[in-house]
Design a protein around this ligand. Sequence first.
Ligand code: LLP
Length: 419
Amino acid sequence: MHHFAYRDGRLFAEDVDLTALADAVGTPFYVYSEATLRRHYRVFADAFTGADALVAYSVKANSNIAVLKVLQSEGAGADVVSGGELARALKAGIAPNRIVFSGVGKTRDEIAAAIDAGILQFNVESAPELHVIDAIAREKNKRAPIALRVNPDVAAGGHEKISTGKKEDKFGVSWNQARDLYREARKMAGIAVQGVDIHIGSQIDNLAPFEAAFQKVAALIGDLRADGCAIDTLDLGGGLGIPYGEGAIPPHPDDYAALIKRVTAPLNVKLIFEPGRMIAGNAGILLSRVVYAKEGEARRFLIIDAAMNDLVRPAMYDAYHDIWPVAENAGEKISYDIVGPVCESSDRFAKDRALAPLQEGDLVAIMSAGAYGAVQASQYNTRPLIPEVLVNGDQYAIIRRRPSFEEMTAHETAPDWLR
Ligand code: LLP
């Protein structure tokens, strides 16, 4: 459930009229609902009431500092995958001992920064990475707390580009090498082995792959303990899907939690979760204005002022996003291709989408754009990164403003020989 709804035919974000907001901010821009962020966080966290669980919000989904502050105030930790995300999480006030660091390519600088910060856990994805963490920690006379991210070889995820738990994927330590690597890790003076980590994919719309992977991991914990290895934390990653308006309705967090409680109850571990999309996805929309309504020979186009550089999901993953008119319109629906101005055929948000007639100047909302939207934007075609706006009741704040052309090009210099 989210807080974007019509009132007398006009779309609101909480108590903010989006038509007025578009005039004030200038399209295109992202709008996030604070009440929705909080609600989604609580639904997830409350599903684990009674369990020893940390919800480490996956910062990559939406890393705006204001969004992180909202979640921090709810008690969220953070799952980060870069030095930049670590710095964001700390800047938002998330305590280091609630931060886990994932990712296959952590650099030496990033590892050092995370050790200095005193994070809760490194989710280690390979033997070479483990050796580097060990060496850096020893130089600092510290022991880095780690879990190995194990790859369970389970297929999951809405699209091949977001599946991560198959043995062909680059992620995690192979299942058959995990036990040996744990044995090695326990001998390292710079490493404190504390847990196991797994993450199988994203936009997962049924419980079966979770169950398969979590059962495997529970058995692994038994084996590791039999080897004399203490395992205190179990990080089950993220991946729970959200409704996008089409396709399967993903499981409710309560059902996901019931499965996890059943599988992990005998293990007596602290649980860590890394949900991203589930918290931020339906808490955001992308607001855009129709630039032209174009009658092609074969198709009818709505050319809007947002483009693939602002929200790449349809172009990159063939993702479906609902598109709502900001002013409701009783006209008979027509079929549109809704496209952006960028010079690529893949710059298309929807094909053959039935919408009530729209014309130049009308506003549309691309729904479910709060996760993997602004964070994946680029300045392709020298289009500025678009503003992000946070709504809270009847108030709003611009939490990232649109840069000027001078700001966009400030880091570029022509070499002397071109002066
Ligand atoms: N933990 C790890 C280690 C991850 O790699 C991810 C997502 C998450 C947690 C959060 O997963 P979530 O709960 O959001 O599903 N850009 C793609 C999704 C990429 C997901 C990458 N990893 C998209 O727009 O669909």
